[in-house]
Ligand binder design. Structure first.
Ligand SMILES: [Zn+2]
Ligand SMILES: [Zn+2]
Length: 172
């Protein structure tokens, strides 16, 4: 049995220099740094190790080993489909409702999974199922949100729950 080639992994994270502007780029074993749209470079941790790790980790942006997997589901689209189905329901004897909800469910089944860093909210797409981290745990999220746990490269975690809370609480 030969190992299948690793699928391309795509990283999305908030630029540590300009705040929350997203950087989106494919990750190659040789990727060392990425540029945001404004040209700020972010040096990444060991990308080659991340691409081989089971489960995925640690995060190449902030160094955190805490990641979770969830459906990369476009929630507003699903809700819109259900709403259209319900709105048309009375005129089409509810057939459209059933069709829309069925379409919604079908979308859910084919929806890919995204792996997300608890500390900096970096998102990794295109990760094979055998490398998914566990599902979301509120306790781990809260440890970062309430400042009980920090990623090793703390200064780069500009979009994590703890910093989001600090931003919200700091008067401008
Ligand atoms: Zn930037
Ligand atoms: Zn991270």
């Amino acid at each position: 049995m030969s190992a299948a080639p690793a699928p391309p992994c795509e990283l999305t994270f908030a630029c540590p220099t300009c705040g929350t502007r997203p950087v989106v780029a494919p990750l190659m074993p040789t990727t060392r740094r990425l540029l945001c749209p404004a040209g700020h470079a972010t040096d990444l941790a060991d990308v080659a190790a991340l691409l081989l790790a089971r489960p995925l980790g640690p995060c190449v942006v902030c160094g955190s080993a805490d990641l979770y997997a969830q459906r990369d589901f476009n929630r507003p689209l699903g809700l819109t489909l259900a709403a259209v189905g319900l709105a048309l329901g009375p005129f089409t004897r509810w057939i459209s409702t059933v069709a829309a909800i069925g379409l919604d469910a079908a979308l859910y089944l084919v929806t890919p999974t995204v792996c997300i860093c608890y500390a900096c909210n970096a998102q990794y797409r295109g990760v094979g199922k055998d490398r998914w981290p566990p599902a979301f745990e509120i306790a781990v999220h809260d440890a970062y949100k309430f400042g009980k746990r920090f990623p090793p490269r703390r200064g780069l975690a500009v979009a994590g729950p703890y910093l989001a809370r600090l931003r919200a609480e700091t008067p401008r």
